[in-house]
Design a protein around this ligand. Structure first.
Ligand SMILES: C[S@@+](CC[C@H](N)C(=O)[O-])C[C@H]1O[C@@H](n2cnc3c(N)ncnc32)[C@H](O)[C@@H]1O
Length: 236
């Protein structure tokens, strides 16, 4: 039985379709490289799940996962769900929000395949997905008691004015769809309003923090950094 392809608006030159059982976004390979899809079951995600360093990973430390501590997380910039999957693999319930319809469709397909596979079914059961603008949805999620995040994780696209800075062809498709996320300060404010424990923001290591309140702590990795905003009542 052929699966129906979700109807989403795409920039010219890109198509969404099923390839080898996966929903994938494809364009001219010379420009965009291999089709983009979400795979939580095999490849890099599986390798990282088995050998990635568990709670010692930067994203886990930033979100406050520690021995006996596993917070609930909203990943308000879900993208291809890599960070969300790491956190869910470590036991955290994670609600992902993604505003670009085509990316949300890839995530939804990847999640369905993870739910059907033996090794990842329990992890997928802790992952939830909403399509929409997180700056608008966060407050509603909490008001409706749909999900109360202890931690909000943000990883907005970092604007690269210099297009030659694009290293991987596959990421060109992604960047073309997601844009530059110039409105990240608005999202940070919305996240600070709802997270009961902390908001964590992933940045390139040398990039300035998002405009707005200053982070109380930073955690540095090899290529990226996390800015930590501890909930006001806990930071005193
Ligand atoms: C750099 S990517 C995130 C990658 C992700 N951390 C991962 O592990 O795959 C940023 C994503 O956040 C999404 N995004 C940015 N601002 C958003 C908002 N206000 N609401 C929902 N999604 C947003 C973009 O569309 C893009 O897909």
């Amino acid at each position: 039985m052929s699966q129906a392809v979700p109807e989403v608006l795409l920039p010219p030159g890109l198509t969404l379709g099923y390839m080898e059982g996966r929903l994938a976004l494809a364009g001219d390979e010379r420009e965009y490289g291999k089709p983009l899809s979400v795979d939580f079951v095999s490849g890099k995600a599986a390798h990282r799940r088995q050998f990635g360093g568990g709670r010692g990973q930067l994203v886990a430390k930033a979100c406050g996962l520690a021995k006996g501590v596993t917070p609930s997380v909203v990943d308000a910039t879900a993208g291809l769900g890599r960070d969300a999957f790491v956190l869910a693999s470590l036991g955290a319930p994670v609600l992902m929000i993604e505003r670009v319809a085509a990316i949300a469709a890839l995530l939804s397909d990847g999640l369905a395949r993870a739910a059907a596979a033996e090794d990842t079914a329990a992890i997928a059961a802790r992952m939830y997905l909403r399509h929409g603008d997180a700056a608008e949805r966060l407050a509603r999620l909490v008001a409706d008691a749909e999900f109360t995040p202890q931690v909000v994780h943000l990883d907005p696209m970092f604007p690269h004015r210099d297009k030659s800075a694009l290293v991987k062809k596959e990421m060109r498709v992604f960047r073309e769809l997601a844009g530059d996320d110039d409105d990240a300060p608005r999202l940070l404010e919305a996240a600070l309003d709802v997270a009961t424990h902390r908001v964590v923001v992933k940045r390139p290591r040398k990039a300035p923090p998002i405009a707005g309140p200053a982070p109380q702590h930073t955690l540095e990795g090899k290529t990226s950094r996390y800015d930590l905003y501890v909930h006001r009542s806990l930071s005193r």
